[in-house]
Design a protein around this ligand. Structure first.
Ligand code: CDP
Ligand code: MG
Length: 139
């Protein structure tokens, strides 16, 4: 069993894709064990994406992530990290596989509707960035 953090980004919320994203994860064996809607401020978005500080897209990305509400969730399941990323597809929707969430719904490489952690260590730190122990409900 593994846990990961996913986010329906502000463009996904605005495009009414919250249900679609959750359905995709749930129907592929993942369980939602934590869930909430938040509106990150610029500082919170900068903290979340601190690993990308200094990159050309950092300023625009953190403006985008603080431009509206997001839905953050903790997913649990076998190989939750790789499964989530497989269902999301590549960062750039043009390079994402047919049938993936980003290929289907993303507008561009920045506004790509969904986030998923990329490794066990980042999953743990990203989960604790948004959730405390009392907000996670493993069954
Ligand atoms: O989200 P993912 O792990 O697939 O990609 P990343 O390389 O960790 O980048 C984080 C986020 O930054 C992406 O999901 C995009 O929203 C954004 N990004 C961007 O705007 N331009 C890029 N060239 C790369 C990433
Ligand atoms: Mg990433």
């Amino acid at each position: 069993m593994e846990r990961t953090l996913s986010i329906v980004k502000p463009d996904g919320v605005s495009k009414k894709l919250i249900g679609e994203v959750i359905k995709r994860f749930e129907s592929h064996g993942l369980r939602v064990i934590g869930l909430k809607m938040i509106w990150m401020n610029k500082k919170e978005a900068e903290g979340f994406y601190a690993v990308h500080r200094g990159k050309s897209f950092y300023e625009s990305l953190t403006n985008f992530m603080s431009s509206g509400p997001s839905v953050v969730m903790v997913l649990e399941g076998e190989n939750a990290i790789s499964k989530t990323r497989e269902l999301m597809g590549a960062t750039d929707p043009k390079k994402a596989e047919e049938g993936t969430l980003r290929r289907q719904y993303a507008s561009n490489i920045e506004q790509n509707i969904v986030h998923g952690s990329d490794a066990p260590e980042t999953a743990a730190s990203e989960i604790s960035y948004f959730f405390n122990a009392l907000e996670i409900f493993p069954l």
